[in-house]
Each structure stands twice: as C-alpha cells, then as structure tokens.
Design a protein around this ligand. Structure first.
Ligand code: PEP
Ligand code: MG
Length: 581
C-alpha cells in the first residue's frame, strides 16, 4: 500500500492507465511489421492536424500581438521540419516503435543536446520543441486506446501530474480515479477531480515506476491510500467501501428541494463553482441556488484558438440559461500559474504563482481583456449576472479595472450595443488585499474569498506541492483569524461576502465559518447536498461557540481534530464524505 495526500474523497477499484504529460501511454510501444504503414499514416495525420495553426496565428496577432503570433509561426515551421519528420519515421520503420515512443526518444535526444549549449536564448528554444512535440502527441493521443484495456473500460489515471488543460481531455477516457506523484489538494487538477466526483490521491512518489497500464488499483481518496494489484480480499473490501460511499452521497442528494436553513431559521446560500453550462445544470440538479464562481478560463483552455466576443457571449449565456433565475458570478480570466494558453508566450517564470498571472496578465492586454468584459456585460441582459475580478492585490488595481469596465461600457454605448450594468466584485486571494479590505470595500459591490490562493500565499506554501501540503491547509489559526477579519469587515460595510475556495465545500470548515457570520458558500456542485445537511443541522449559537473555540486554538492540528469531533457529533453520515486530513 502506498500513502499519499488525499485530494478528492471516494473509493474506487479499476485498472491503471499510465500517462505521460500529454495523456498518451507512457511505456514504449512496439508494433508488428504489419502495423507500420498505418502508424506512419497516423503520424502524418497528427502532424497535419497539429500544423493547422493559421487560425491561431491570425487571432493571436489580432487580439494579443504580433510578437506572440511569431511564436506560432515558428512552431508551424518546426512542424514542417524534415529532420524531425524523418527521424520519427525512421524510428517507426527501423525499430518498430510507435510514433509516440519515437517522439519521446527524439525529445530526450534534443534535451541532451540543448543542455550542452551555453547560450541561454538558444537553450530556451527547447521549450518550443517541447510545445511542438506536445502538440503532435496530443493529436496522437486523440486516437490512443490502451493496449491491455477494453474499449470504454473505466480507468484510474496514473501520472506525474495532471495539468488543467489535460484534465479537460478526460471525457475521451472513462476516468474513475486519479493517482499522481505531485499536485496539491487545492490545485486546479484537484478541483476538477472533485467537480467530476472522481476520487484522487497525490504525493505518490515513484508511482510511475511501480505501476504499469493494466494493473489493478484500489484507490481511497479519503485516506490517501493506493493499493497496487491488491488481491481479492482487499479488492472486495474496497468495492464494499465504494458502494457505501456512493449510497451515502446518493441518499444526501434527496435533500436538493429542501432549503439550506439552520434549525433556528437562519438561511445559508449554497452556490456552485462551475466551468461550463453542463456544470451549471449539474449544480441546479444538486440544489445550488446560484453560481458563485464561473471559472471562464476553461473556455479558453479548451478552445482551439481564442474565443471571440460572440463565442464568449454564447458560452456565458449558456451557463446563465442552465441556471435559470439564479445569480451567476462570472470571473474574468485567471490564466497563468498552472493554467497556460500558448498565445501569451512560453517564457518560463521562476515563480509562476507569484508572477504574471490572473488580473495582472489580463490587464497587460487591454484589448483582449475588453473583449471578455464586453461579452460579460452583454451576457448581463440574459440573467442576474455579477462580474468578478480575480487576484486583486491593491486599491490601484481595483481602480484600474474599474476604469477599464467604464471604458468598455462607454464603447458599447457609443456603438449602440445593448448591455447590463452588473455588480462588480473582487476576489480576496492575496493577503495584502485581505488585510486592507476596509480600503477596498467602498470601491466594490461584493467580495469573494478565494481561499485556495489565499491560503497558499498566506502560508507561503505552493497549493500544488504535496511536500508542503501540511502547511497549505485551511485549519491554520492564521487563516481562521484572517477570515474572521474579512467577514467582520464585510458585515460592517454591509457588503455581501462569499467563500468560493475548496474550503467552502468541506463540512468541517462550515462550522466555524458559519459561526463567524458567513452565509454564502460556493463549491463544486457535488458538495452542495453535503453542506446543506451540515447547515440544516447546525444552529447559530452552536456554530458561534465552535468559532470562538477554534479562534482560541494555537495549531492546525488542534483545530482539525476539534472540528472533526464536532462534525462527527453534529452530522455523522457527512463525515464519511470528507477527506481525512
Ligand atoms: C481560489 O483561489 O480559492 C479560487 C476559488 O480560485 P482558483 O481555485 O480558480 O484559483
Ligand atoms: Mg484563485
């Protein structure tokens, strides 16, 4: 049994599917001589599809800039490079490997060569080769089926790490679990796993050396355990746990028509975090009263080029219509960190989460940003929309984005394009903004606490690094104190505040936050029934006592243990649905 970090609760038994960084099988694949010409064909098709960059070049040069478009022009050239193509084809024909294996070998060969080069500029071109090879592999992966897996068989993905853009490809496989070497519990891959209701464990060092595609795995996302080829007894115990977990979850969802009201009549708003219209529909069916966070970047990550204003409007409208008569909070792009689109360049930053991400990146491309603002303001005509800016650090930043919104409104008015005046809010994710919240509140209509980022910045512990997972957790006394400060400040100014980080979907965290006066929680749709059960079982005075006790404790461990005991006492069935840590 291997022990890792519990990421997404749930238990599952299925075969492993080992993937590399572009979702292809990892082990070298050898082919029969009869399969070679089909493989050459497959490679030619992948190259041709990957080289279809004309549309990207045109949109990038128009919306982002010429310099960025030049990157794609150079990629197009690389994709036509006869050396690259000949090398891969020779490997297929002479050594009977598949195209993906040949590409891996090519990458290794280039990496070894580039390492010897002293010129930093040339060395950095290796990133372009990676991008291009990745693009070809992604095309190849579209046609991949596992060698020892049945078509359509459920699989547990085993990988070094799953990036958000790759996780989007899950729908092509029947993914029922995720086991990774790295990735933290509030990283974006973890969030996606939770929103899909897939159990996940990370921090499993060396897993790729120990597991082969086709091995049977038993994964426990609540404890963070993984068994490799577990044998019949463990397997049947796991299957039983799996049934119990699913039964509890299914029973809870029957509360979807009930109100989230505490025993003493105090109401709570349970909202959903969504990436798409399908998520919004799921949220409504789970009983969410609105969308507290629509992460728009997935629209960009999944788009073959850049979504234009009309495409964006259609996507926003689809979410609004999937959650009829409910408030929908649309967050502007939150790219950078671990979410990359190729058109902003491939320069590697030393600290991407502390670097050029989110609102900092959007503001650097006003034209590009205003296209999104136009689409959101226009989407406001179709429902109850709010506009949310991520990762705000300073008052100047708030004022700058507000000026940009004002300019966008003026332009729409001048052009006679109809739009709605929507409330403006900011995400509190940077401690500086949370501490100075009083200065920011007069500028905005509402506030949303992004605890995933707030915790990582407050604790100086990367949310995606399992080695520092013990620091990057919500039960820290510092986090509790900061949240109380923000909730109080918002209460005094009468500004609505929502918590939309992963913490909002954790039953144990609900208790002190409710006690501090928080009444709006936004989470993965699957957690709404669980939190409703918690809300319906916890009175305000009880939550108040819990909050006071939590604020008097000095270590995360004490807070976690205390809250685990309280949660088990108040709602025993709900405790099963949370991760142990
Ligand atoms: C957060 O940081 O808590 C948040 C909700 O934003 P994201 O997880 O998308 O960074
Ligand atoms: Mg965030």
């Amino acid at each position: 049994m291997k022990k890792g970090v519990p990421i997404s609760a749930g238990v599952v038994v299925a075969k492993a599917y080992c993937v590399d960084e572009v979702m292809g099988l990892r082990e070298p694949q050898y082919l029969d001589a009869a399969a070679l010409s089909a493989e050459i064909n497959r490679f030619d098709m992948a190259i041709a599809a990957a080289a279809e960059l004309d549309a990207i070049v045109a949109r990038v040069s128009q919306q982002v800039g010429e310099e960025e478009a030049a990157i794609f022009r150079s990629h197009r050239l690389l994709l036509r490079d006869p050396t690259l193509i000949t090398k891969v084809k020779s490997a297929i024909l002479e050594r009977l490997v598949d195209a993906r294996t040949a590409l891996h070998e090519l990458l290794d060969e280039y990496a070894a060569l580039f390492e010897k080069i002293h010129d930093e500029y040339i060395r950095e071109r290796m990133a372009d080769i990676h991008d291009v090879v990745g693009r070809i592999m992604a095309q190849l992966a579209l046609q991949v089926t596992g060698c020892c897996l049945e078509a359509n068989e459920s699989v547990i993905i085993v990988a070094h790490e799953v990036l958000p853009s790759q996780a989007l490809a899950f729908h092509r496989l029947k993914v029922v679990g995720i086991a990774t070497e790295t990735g933290g519990s509030t990283g974006h891959a973890a969030i996606l796993a939770r929103s899909l209701g897939i159990p996940a464990v990370s921090g499993l060092r060396g897993i790729l050396q120990e597991v082969a595609t086709g091995d049977v795995l038993a994964l426990d996302g609540r404890e963070g355990h993984l068994y490799i080829n577990p044998g019949p007894e463990v397997e049947s115990a796991f299957r039983k746990l799996q049934r119990e977990y699913v039964d509890t979850r299914d029973r809870l969802i029957e509360n979807r028509h009930l109100d989230a009201v505490a025993p003493d009549g105090v109401g709570v708003e349970l909202l959903a975090n969504v990436n798409s219209a399908a998520d919004a529909a799921l949220a409504v069916s789970a009983g969410a009263v609105g969308v507290g966070l629509f992460r728009t970047e997935y629209l960009f990550l999944a788009h073959p080029t850049i979504p234009d204003e009309e495409e964006q409007l259609a996507a926003y409208r689809a979410v609004i219509e999937a959650a009829p008569n409910r408030c929908v909070t649309i967050r502007t792009l939150d790219l950078g960190g671990d979410k990359h689109v190729p058109y902003f360049g491939n320069e590697r930053e030393a600290n991407p989460f502390m670097g050029w991400r989110s609102i900092r990146l959007s503001s650097a491309y006003p034209e590009f940003f205003q296209t999104q603002l136009r689409a959101i303001l226009r989407a406001g005509l179709f429902g109850n929309v709010q506009l949310l800016f991520p990762m705000i650090s300073t008052l100047e930043e708030v004022r700058r984005v507000k000026r940009l919104v004002a300019a966008t409104r003026d332009a729409l008015t001048r052009q006679g394009v109809r739009f709605a005046d929507v409330p403006l809010g900011i995400m509190l994710e940077v401690p500086a903004a949370a501490f100075c919240i009083e200065a920011l509140l007069p500028e905005v209509d509402f506030v949303s606490i992004g605890s995933n980022d707030l915790i990582q910045y407050m604790m100086a512990a990367d949310r995606d690094n399992p080695r520092v997972a013990h620091l990057c957790e919500p039960f820290s006394p510092a986090i509790m104190k900061l949240l109380r400060h923000v909730i109080r400040a918002c209460g005094r100014s009468d500004k609505p505040v929502t918590l939309c980080g992963e913490m909002a979907g954790r039953p144990r965290c609900f208790l002190p936050l409710f006690g501090m006066g928080l009444r709006r929680f936004s989470m993965s749709p699957g957690f709404v029934p669980t939190l409703k059960e918690m809300a319906r079982s916890t009175s305000v005075p009880l939550a108040g006592r819990i909050a006071r006790r939590v604020l008097s404790l000095r270590t995360s461990r004490q807070i976690r243990d205390f809250l685990s005991r309280q949660a088990r006492r108040i709602c025993p069935n709900v405790a099963l649905l949370d991760t142990r840590k």
